[in-house]
Write a protein that binds this ligand. Structure first.
Ligand code: GLY
Ligand code: MN
Ligand code: MN
Length: 443
């Protein structure tokens, strides 16, 4: 892959279509979407900027200091506030669009300098009957929204109009974001392809005596080489007992002969994410105990992916993984209860303590309810989810010594299609023979 993943390449009609859907769902409401804050590490050194997913989804804007105000109702509108041009600031941090160019690029009905927000926000909010805004945002905006709401409320007493409720924007955006359009699916495909390439590079580095950090470095170097912005989350390169720490990110241990190495990594490409895990034997071959547990997790991955199809409750995916893992661990004598007891979360969670799936997209853990009012959500074409069963046999747990310190997770990224599913990361092998081959052949 040779292109860089700039999210700034904007098919205007895609965002216009999304905004129509948002405006329709808003009915008489007004949505206020701010940019993500600029983040610092160690005093005054900036992290690379990561745009806010909701703002980008709604209109494509990726500059800090932006606020979008989207109104539904009889006269839907999209008003943008952005930073003004500033040659001094642009010298340090790069070019800004400024209101005029931003308004044109993003198809806004009006665009103003961000400094005008305090003055203009009350009237914009007053035009709606609800404000869709996330409480607890950072910076100046909470104060401005609160003041604007207060002003709108006072004005509203005279006319009987104005906003009367604050609603989380996710109520509208999350269900829309669950269904990926073609443009999004293409980005997810690219993110998955880069993620697979990074995983191959990381696995190629696995060997006894290698630092976990070297595996991380190989994964992330390949991400960047392939044009990704970097990792969507901290890479997990966990050898031996570290594989049992679900979000292990220190990557500071030296791999030992006989270890399993769990690599969980994902590239962010054009703001969309991949998220893939493979677990490989450091020496190039599994011990009999590792092989036995790996086969259970691999069978769970296969059965959970097989459950992914339209109209199936998303909870079926987890249940498929649970029943395969419970049966497998009973078969190995690692669970000793009767089968009904072993299927109870309070029992199997000792060895399989996380969910099997999460939504994937602009965010690694993409938003969207998995259930509502007690009913699980049904899968529909265009939804993208991970399938990631795992078994973790911690040191000190009640399993024979040869099984202790073993963490095995296998994770793929799956899109629901009209007649089933497609595994977007299935080109990265999972079978025992292929995985052993990957390590001994160096990727
Ligand atoms: N890497 C985080 C996850 O798999 O959910
Ligand atoms: Mn993962
Ligand atoms: Mn995941």
């Amino acid at each position: 892959m040779s292109t860089f993943s700039s999210p700034a390449v904007i098919p205007a009609q895609v965002f216009a279509g999304r905004r129509s859907a948002i405006c329709e769902a808003l009915e008489g409401g007004v949505m206020v979407l701010p940019a993500a804050p600029v983040r610092f590490r160690s005093r005054d050194t900036e992290y690379r900027y990561r745009p806010d997913s909701e703002l980008y989804y709604a209109c494509g804007a990726i500059e800090p200091g932006t606020v979008a105000v989207i109104s539904g109702g009889a006269e839907p509108s999209f008003v943008l506030f952005v930073r003004e041009r500033d040659p001094d600031a642009e010298l340090w941090a790069g070019p800004r669009l400024g209101p005029e160019a931003a308004g044109e690029l993003f198809g806004a009905d009006a665009a103003f300098p961000i400094g005008d927000l305090a003055r203009r926000l009350p009237a914009l909010l007053h035009a709606g009957d609800r404000v869709h805004y996330r409480l607890g945002r950072e910076g100046e905006l909470p104060r401005l929204v609160q003041a604007a709401l207060e002003e709108a409320r006072v004005r509203g007493h005279r006319k009987g109009s104005g906003p009367r409720a604050v609603v989380d924007p996710g109520e509208i955006l999350d269900p829309l974001r669950l269904h990926k359009d073609e443009f999004e699916l293409e980005r997810v495909r690219q993110a998955c392809a880069v993620t697979v390439a990074g995983q191959r590079a990381g696995i190629a580095a696995v060997a006894p005596g290698v630092g976990e950090w070297v595996i991380e470095a190989e994964v992330e170097a390949e991400f960047r080489r392939a044009g990704a912005a970097g990792s969507g989350f901290e890479t997990i390169a966990a050898s031996g007992p570290n594989g049992c720490v679900l979000h292990y990110v220190d990557n500071s241990r030296i791999v030992r002969d006989g270890d399993l190495v769990l690599v969980d990594a994902g590239a962010e490409f054009g703001l969309y994410n991949g998220d893939v895990t493979r677990t490989v034997p450091a020496s190039g071959s599994f011990t009999p105990e590792q092989r036995a547990v790996y086969e259970v997790v691999e069978a769970a991955r296969v059965s959970a992916i097989a459950a992914v199809k339209p109209d199936v409750p998303v909870s079926d995916v987890h249940e498929a993984a649970v029943s395969t893992i419970v049966d497998g661990l009973l078969g190995l004598g690692l669970l000793t209860q009767d089968v009904q007891d072993a299927r109870s979360p309070s029992v199997y969670r000792e060895f399989f303590p996380h969910q099997t799936t999460h939504w994937l997209g602009l965010d690694v853990h993409d938003p969207g309810d998995y259930a509502r009012a007690g009913s699980p959500r049904a899968l529909q074409p265009g939804m993208v989810l991970t399938v990631e069963p795992g078994v973790y046999l911690r040191v000190g747990s009640k399993v024979p010594a040869a099984f202790q310190g073993m963490g095995i997770r296998i994770e793929d990224d799956i899109v629901v299609t009209e007649d089933g599913h497609e595994n977007l990361t299935g080109s990265l092998p999972t079978s025992i023979e292929d995985v052993e081959h990957l390590v001994s052949e160096g990727g």
